[in-house]
Design a protein around this ligand. Sequence first.
Ligand code: URA
Length: 202
Amino acid sequence: MIADDLKRLAEEVSLCHRCTLRNTARGVVFGEGAPTSRIVFCGEGPGAEEDRLLRPFVGAAGQLLDKMLAAMGLDRNHNAYILNAVKCRPPGNRVPLPEELMQCRPHLDAQIALLRPAIIVLLGTTAIQTFLGPKARVTRIHGTWHRQQDLWLMPTYHPAALLRNPQWKIAAWSDLKQVIDKYREIVDPDHVAAHYPKPSTS
Ligand code: URA
């Protein structure tokens, strides 16, 4: 079962010392959500609150992410999975170094291989560059679909960036509406999103 396989992987990753982030972090923040969910949200790396509770997106940015998910008819306990490009908190919340991202990549790949999502929403530059390369810029490519094997990737703004720049929220919601459209197209045609109803066919 996927849940058991994820649990085993989480145990394995919890022992990781591939990079030095583990020396300063309290622990590994593996990720959480519905194991059979077809949609994954990928952030950058744990912050202080995430490191304290060993859960992804539980601080201020996480609260906004939960609201974004709710507007999309999604929720981390039922139909979405949340993870980060690096699993340990970079000291002082600095951006993870390329070396740290590289060392953590096998964990991310193993997670994705088990979850087999249809869609990954890439939250902010670090997640975007992890999947789309170092030249990718959120301001230029948010809202555009990228296809990698069976995956649909949608780059958008990181919720922490939206807290700092609320004027970007309109663009972010437009990106997320495209995600709901794709989710209805390839995962669940009857998906209900309170803030983005399906066009009526009658
Ligand atoms: N920011 C991230 O990118 N990930 C978290 O888990 C929390 C804040």
